[in-house]
Design a protein around this ligand. Structure first.
Ligand code: HAM
Length: 403
């Protein structure tokens, strides 16, 4: 075949896709438990939404968006992140008051592909809107942590910081800018270019970290309200028994953040791509998008990275394989009955020999092989532990007792 998937995108199928299925269904479970119903927004949005929402000077907007003109001459973009679209949807819905939404789907960023960094990747996330108090931050932070913990991400760490708000950040940015100007001789070219447009992003520069150790810190410049909020969030998260580290250099790559920001890190992934998720508060975003003031907090987690860090499950996608000694038409009827009774089973519909059917069962590595011998005969149930005869109508109970 001469066609390959586009660079930075992947085909995914069983058995590798099994780990994805489990991790995604675990997400539905955890997000549901915390009271987040599903929200679905388009994969395609107007380009302006991200320019305004995510920020004109961010790397995501300047370098990574898949932007094109549709046939009607409108500039549209494949969503590089989910928050702007969800906030847009909330504002359009006319809903008043606290609102929760959870999402799961593909996102697109034109990045240099490598392990854990794809051009099409999968995020799950939540947005909790029109909520101001620190309990909302703590609830959201905890959900992400509990989910990642139960997915089995090894060496999971949570980093927390506060970025202040429109009261205190402008003053801090001015102080930081002055400091960075004094260090221009030691800073890299990329950082120098950011001093005027977005000095906070300089704090994110990996190569310039040695120059930045003494840089003024946002936490030392928070106004009283932001400082109280930050202290309260930390106390609440601690009270939930979720361990975290304060990281005063954590600025995040998107412009909409205010106050709380956080990141989940899987320490055994290689350093460049070890963020399995991140989020924070974005109290000004709704207004930036032309809506009424609507504070909010949320996060997104990268499923590609989560699967990488928990490792492939390679668990068979089938529990049982049905071998029919009387042809595929009978197997079709028997499988239908078993499936309606809740058994996860497949069979060969091509009428291959019994030997070939057993070979197929072995290839899939099923735990149970069911042999259909004919009408009126019990099913011959074979496992690694041995074999036994079970009447067809009792097979589903046999499976239930087994688990
Ligand atoms: P983000 O930090 O840009 O935040 O992305 C969240 C997560 O998505 C990352 O930590 C990473 O695991 C995954 N991710 C991002 N880019 C890629 C990529 N190219 N390949 C694989 N995985 C990737 C946001 O997107 C915010 N919308 C999160 C948020 C929600 N903040 C508030 N609410």
């Amino acid at each position: 075949m001469t066609f390959q998937p586009p660079k930075g995108t992947d085909d995914l199928m069983a058995p590798q896709s099994q780990a994805w299925r489990e991790v995604l269904s675990l997400w539905d479970d955890w997000s549901g438990r915390y009271g987040f119903p599903l929200v679905m927004t388009p994969v395609l949005e107007s380009t302006e939404l991200f320019r305004r929402g995510v920020g004109d000077t961010t790397e995501v907007v300047t370098k990574q968006m898949y932007t094109f003109e549709d046939r009607g001459g409108r500039s549209v973009t494949l969503r590089p992140e989910g928050t702007a679209g969800v906030v847009r949807a909330y504002l359009n819905s006319g809903h008043q008051g606290a609102w929760k939404g959870a999402y799961s789907g593909p996102f697109f960023r034109y990045e240099r592909p490598q392990g854990g960094r794809r051009r099409q990747f999968w995020q799950v996330g939540v947005e909790y809107l029109d909520v101001e108090g620190p309990a909302a931050d703590a609830e959201v932070v905890e959900l992400g942590y509990r989910y990642l913990e139960s997915a089995g991400v090894p060496n999971l760490e949570l980093l927390i910081n506060s970025l202040g708000d429109s009261e205190c950040r402008p003053g801090y940015v001015a102080v930081l800018r002055d400091y960075l100007r004094g260090k221009e001789a030691e800073l890299g070219e990329d950082s120098i270019g950011l001093i005027d447009v977005n000095p906070l992003r300089v704090l994110d520069s990996k190569p310039d970290q040695p120059v930045l150790v003494d840089a003024p810190r946002m936490v030392d410049n928070l106004c009283d309200a932001c400082s109280r909020h930050f202290e309260a969030v930390k106390t609440l998260v601690e009270g939930l028994g979720v361990p975290f580290t304060e990281d005063h250099g954590l600025v995040r790559g998107l412009d909409y953040y205010t106050r709380t920001t956080f990141e989940y890190v899987g320490r055994q992934l290689d350093t460049a791509q070890n963020a399995v998720g991140g989020g924070g508060r974005y109290d000004g975003l709704a207004e930036t998008l032309g809506g009424r003031p609507t504070p909010g907090v949320g996060f997104a987690l990268g499923i590609d990275r989560i699967v990488l860090s928990v490792g492939e499950l390679d668990r068979p996608y089938l529990e049982a394989y049905l071998v029919s000694e009387t042809g595929p038409e009978d197997a079709l009827q028997v499988a239908s009955r078993l499936r309606r009774d809740g058994v996860n089973v497949d069979f060969d519909s091509e009428g291959r020999s019994v030997k070939a059917q057993f070979r197929a069962a072995r290839r899939i590595d099923v735990a149970v092989t069911l042999v259909w011998k004919g009408e009126g005969e019990p099913i011959d149930v074979q496992t690694k532990g041995g074999r036994q005869d079970v009447p067809l109508e009792e097979v589903s109970d046999w499976f239930k007792e087994r688990t």
